[in-house]
Write a protein that binds this ligand. Structure first.
Ligand code: LLP
Length: 424
């Protein structure tokens, strides 16, 4: 569910018109709905209510300060993957005891920063990292709380670049090697074993891989609880969202028709009976579910270019602002911001960057866009702005956060002068 809808053919975000926001703030423009963010948090929180649980929002999916602050105010925790993300969530008011520091390649400085910030746990991905954390904790006269990331070797059957839970990936520690590792960790002077974690991949739209992985983990989790007194089991993130019918999925009617689509209640219905008997705190690390459908990217049509075979709609946003289509062959629904009449036409939507991979859609039936028409790239709230770059010396766009009829500039548009900062 989300708070983008059409009113007389014009796209609205909560109580505001998208086209007036684009007029005021220019394009390309990211727009987020705060009510959607809050609603997503509440739904998951309610679904998990029977458990002692912590939602650690995956900061990597959207690290805008105002977005983070929205979640922090709700009592959300955070999963951070770098010093930069840790800095951001602390600035946004996060409770350090709800921060989980993940990632396969934490530097010495990052580990020290995490320890000094008093994070709830480090998620450790290798034995050398464990020793590194122990040594730094010793130097700082601290005990480092840790959990190992277990690779349950379950194929989440998602895109190759975002599946993580099999032995073909760099992530986690093989299931078979984990118990002896906990035994060795328990002997280290400056390590406190606190939990165990898994994360099998992203954009998982079926509950089965989660169930399979949790079932596989249960005996191990029970052993770790009895041997080392672990406090929590972190089942990772990965809940998928609707990309194909993104706009329609903002209505309850759509969800009534599509009952089998993964949502928090279904996720909880299948997982609660497995997790509750463990008597542990359950941590989840959702990113995309929380922010994906809460954000859109607005572009203006610059030119229509007809070649022998193709109708190219050239817009003012590019792979620099939203790299997902070219990196993962991902689909983002494209919606006209104001009604466009006329027959749909097979089109490629492309940006100004000098790469053939700079596209948002290929051979897609779309309204007959003309110069000046605005379009919304839907479901761009997760892994959108955070993956933006300055390639071709393009300034990054502004980000707007809307609540009801109020909009704030959550991040100013970069200027071309900003791009020279730090250069000589
Ligand atoms: N926890 C860990 C340890 C992760 O690595 C990730 C995502 C998450 C949680 C959150 O997963 P989510 O709930 O968002 O699926 N850029 C790609 C997705 C990369 C995911 C990286 N890890 C994309 O745009 O599809």
């Amino acid at each position: 569910m989300h708070h983008f809808h059409l009113k007389n053919g014009s796209l609205q975000v909560e109580g505001l018109s998208v086209s007036s926001l684009a007029q005021k703030h220019g394009t390309p423009l990211y727009i987020y709905s705060q009510t959607t963010l809050e609603n997503h948090f509440d739904r998951l929180d309610q679904a998990l209510a029977p458990l002692d649980h912590v939602i650690c929002f995956a900061t990597k999916s959207n690290c805008n300060l105002s977005v983070l602050r929205t979640f922090a105010k709700k009592g959300s925790g955070f999963d951070v993957t770098s010093a930069g993300e840790l800095y951001r969530v602390l600035k946004a008011g996060a409770d350090p005891q709800k921060i989980s520091f993940v990632g396969v390649g934490k530097t010495e400085a990052e580990i020290a920063y995490g320890l000094k910030s008093n994070v709830y746990t480090f998620i450790v991905e290798s034995e050398p990292e464990l020793h590194q954390i122990n040594a730094i904790a010793k130097k700082l006269k601290k005990r480092a709380p840790i959990a190992f990331r277990v690779n349950p070797n379950v194929d989440a059957k998602t895109h190759a670049k975002i599946t993580t839970g099999t032995y073909a990936n760099k992530f986690g520690i093989a299931f078979e090697e984990i118990e002896p590792l906990y035994a060795r960790a328990s002997k280290l002077s400056n390590i406190e074993i606190r939990g165990v974690q898994m994360h099998i991949g992203s954009q998982i739209t079926d509950v089965k891989p989660f169930v399979l992985a949790v079932k596989k983990m249960i005996p191990l989790v029970q052993t770790l609880k009895s041997k080392y007194g672990i406090q929590f089991f972190d089942i990772g993130g990965g809940m998928g969202i609707i990309y194909k019918e993104a706009l329609a999925s903002g209505t309850p009617q759509w969800w009534k028709k599509n009952k089998k689509v993964l949502h928090p209640a279904l996720y909880a219905k299948e997982l609660l009976p497995l997790l509750k008997p463990l008597g542990l705190r359950i941590v989840v690390e959702p990113g995309r579910y929380m922010v994906g459908n809460a954000g859109i990217l607005i572009a203006e049509t610059l030119y229509i270019k007809k070649t022998g075979k193709k109708n190219f709609v050239i817009v003012d946003t590019a792979m620099t602002e939203l790299i997902r289509p070219t990196l993962y062959e991902s689909y983002h629904e494209i919606v006209p911001v104001n009604k466009i009449t006329g027959k749909e036409i097979s089109s490629d939507v492309v940006g100004p960057v000098c790469e053939s991979g700079d596209y948002f859609a290929k051979d897609r039936m779309l309204a007959p866009y003309k110069k000046g028409d605005l379009m919304a790239l839907m479901s761009a709230g997760a892994y959108g702005f955070v993956m933006a770059s300055n390639y071709n010396a393009r300034p990054r766009p502004a980000e707007i956060l809307v609540k009801g009829k109020k909009a704030i500039v959550a991040r100013k548009r970069e200027t071309i002068q900003d791009l020279l900062r730090g250069e000589v």
